[in-house]
Design a protein around this ligand. Sequence first.
Ligand code: 5GP
Length: 234
Amino acid sequence: MQKGELLYEGKAKKVYRTDDPGVYLVEYKDDATAFNGLKKGVISGKGELNNKISAHFFRLLEGKGIATHFVKQVGEREMLVRALEIIPVEVVVRNIAAGSLARRLGMDEGTALPRPVVEYYYKSDELGDPMINDDHIAVLNLATGEEMSAIKKVALSVNEILRSYLTPRNLELVDFKLEFGRHEGKILLGDEISPDTCRFWDTRTKEKLDKDRFRRDLGGVEEAYQEVWRRLVG
Ligand code: 5GP
C-alpha cells in the first residue's frame, strides 16, 4: 500500500491517503500536547507505543464484535484504517472520578462511580471542546438521534470489554475518550485507544500510567506507556 498525500496533521497523528481511496494511513507522532495545545512536548517512543497499544485494543474489540476503522498495523508507528467521515463529538466514558469530572462535580479523584458515566464534548479547538448533550448534538446537526444511541451503546460495550481485559493485568480503566465516524453507511469506532486518550491506574498502588504524567509534570512518561504495553502483552 503506497503512502500518498498528507491529508491532515493533528497534534499526535498524521493522516495520509493511500492508493485505495477507502483506506488511510495513520502515523503516530512522538509530539504531546495538553490543555488545548497550551502545553507542548515530545515523549520519545510515544508514537510507536501508541500505535502498538491502539492496534492491540482495536484487534481485541474487533474480536468481540465492535466495528472499528482498524485495518492493520503496517509499521512501527503506522497503521492502515478505513477512511471515516468523522463525527465531531468526543465520547468520554468514566468509571472513577478524575480530571474534569472530579473538578466539575467537586468529587475526590479516585472516587468509584456507582455506574459508568458517558459524556459528550464538541470537537472544536476554537471553543476548547465544550461539553454538550444530545439536544446540542441535534441542534448542531452533528449526528442523528439514532446514531447517538448506537454510539452510546458501543461506548458502554467498549468499556466493559476493556475493563474485563485490563483488570487481570493489574490496570484500572479510570476513563477514556472515543471518536466515531461514518464509513459506507456504517458507524465505526475511530481515532486511537492509548495512554494518550485513556486514564490507566495501577490497581493496587493507583500509580498513574497515562498522559496525566505529562499533563501534571510527574515524570516517567515514556516508562509509564511502556509499562502499559508490557502489561498488555506480558
Ligand atoms: P477529562 O475530561 O477528565 O480531561 O478527560 C477524560 C478522559 O478523556 C481522559 O482519559 C482523557 O485522556 C480523555 N480525553 C478527553 N478529551 C481529550 C482530548 O482532547 N485529547 C485526548 N488525548 N484525550 C482526551
